[in-house]
Write a protein that binds this ligand. Structure first.
Ligand SMILES: Cc1cc2nc3c(=O)[nH]c(=O)nc-3n(C[C@H](O)[C@H](O)[C@H](O)COP(=O)(O)O)c2cc1C
Length: 211
């Protein structure tokens, strides 16, 4: 970078896995929330599926959705929103597989004091949204990140009859995973992105302060 070129904007990494598109639709709303805050960008990234066949290799560029995340995407982010479809009340294996490859960042403390949040999609209303969000929170705490859920000042939290929890945004995708995000779910996803972006900017400023 030359002395005159502008500094790149800080970004929130929105890291997700999605098989049928529901979690991806949430990721896009969270990105819209991030982008509504001036001075910070959203960077959408996904992870490849994992396969029981060791020889299976995926193309480097996915057929649809965001490109695959690199460790550097995570290392240099100012905030992280992590999203997964629910798998038996837990995060999906491809996301866990990606996180299991982040020891290098953990050893260097690359994510300490950065804000993070999580989002999920399920096929059934009581199918484990909160527990899935909590499974994603655990490794983020090990990395020293600061977890931010959704506060009840977001009035949709009290009104929703579908997705939306104080642990993070969620979506009820239905039996065939084809139910679109409704207004409450969309608003809460955006609010989560906005909140994370503001926290990332504020914590980024603190980092520059003398101790
Ligand atoms: C192996 C497996 C386990 C699942 N476990 C749950 C579950 O515990 N609860 C639930 O409501 N949905 C469960 N689902 C459904 C997905 O979480 C749901 O369809 C999700 O919305 C898909 O998100 P996507 O469109 O981003 O792939 C499961 C699906 C699969 C394939």
């Amino acid at each position: 970078m030359s002395a005159t070129s502008p500094r790149p904007l800080p970004y929130v990494l929105i890291l997700y896995y999605s098989r049928h598109g529901a979690t991806r639709a949430m990721a896009e709303q969270i990105a819209a929330g991030v982008e509504s805050v001036r001075g910070i960008e959203a960077r959408l990234r996904t992870v490849p599926p994992v396969s029981p066949t060791c020889e299976a290799v995926d193309p480097e560029i996915p057929a649809e959705g965001a490109v695959y995340a690199s460790l550097d995407d995570l290392r240099h982010c100012s905030g992280l929103a992590i999203g997964s479809p629910t798998r038996f009340g837990n995060m999906a294996a491809p996301l866990k597989h990606f996180l299991d490859g982040t020891s290098e960042l953990w050893l260097g403390g690359a994510l300490i004091d950065k804000p993070a949040t999580a989002f999920t999609s399920t096929s059934s209303l009581h199918g484990g949204q909160e527990s899935t969000l909590l499974t994603m929170l655990v490794p983020l705490l090990h990395h020293g990140m600061l977890y931010a859920g959704l506060p009840y000042s977001e009035i949709e939290l009290m009104e929703t009859a579908s997705g939306g929890t104080p642990y993070g945004a969620s979506h009820l995708a239905g039996k065939r995973s084809d139910r679109p995000l409704d207004d409450h779910e969309r608003q809460l996803s955006r609010a989560q992105g906005r909140r994370l972006a503001r926290l990332a900017l504020a914590l980024g400023r603190l980092e520059g302060e003398p101790s």
